[in-house]
Design a protein around this ligand. Sequence first.
Ligand code: VGL
Length: 200
Amino acid sequence: MTRCLVIVDVQNDFCPGGALAVEHGDEVAAAITSLLARGDVTYDHVVATQDFHIDPGSHFSREPDYVDSWPPHCRAGSYGALLHDALSTKRIEAVFRKGQYAAAYSGFEGSTSTVTAEGEEDAVGLADWLRDKGVDDVHVVGLATDHCVRATAADSAAAGFPTTVLLDLTAGIAPATVEAALEQLRAGGVRLVGEPLLPG
Ligand code: VGL
């Protein structure tokens, strides 16, 4: 089996003190770092996703509904968009940026960009990257359980990757949307392990 850990949106703006803080987000960052340091759990590959907004239209609002619109967050190039300091980036092989010009909750909407030997920019999406590496076991962790973790895990399963969400390494924004997310993921054939961190 070739197993990949997909770390979703563990960025400063989604952690306490950030523009769209998820309670316990910093604890999730530290717990993922601990997971990566464990000798008894092995990942062949580790990647991260990054919300990276330039002009995402109605995804940003001054009067957000916290369903389809949100306070401005993760602006490209800002401190808020950086991966959180408590997350060790040593093993991260690729970062998939998403949401530049529209809302993008799923890491499968993102792409990583590298420069080829010919000096050309080469963008690769997450599904192609995972297939290229022969990944057949995807573990998803990160922020937030009810939004970007949900969408990324759902797309992973829909793309045909056996997918597990390690809920202990996720934190949710609101109990009702977390419950709905878990229901959707179960129905989509995603394996759920543990319990998500919730506000309070
Ligand atoms: C997210 C709300 C808005 C997330 C991103 O990463 O879960 N949530 N944008």
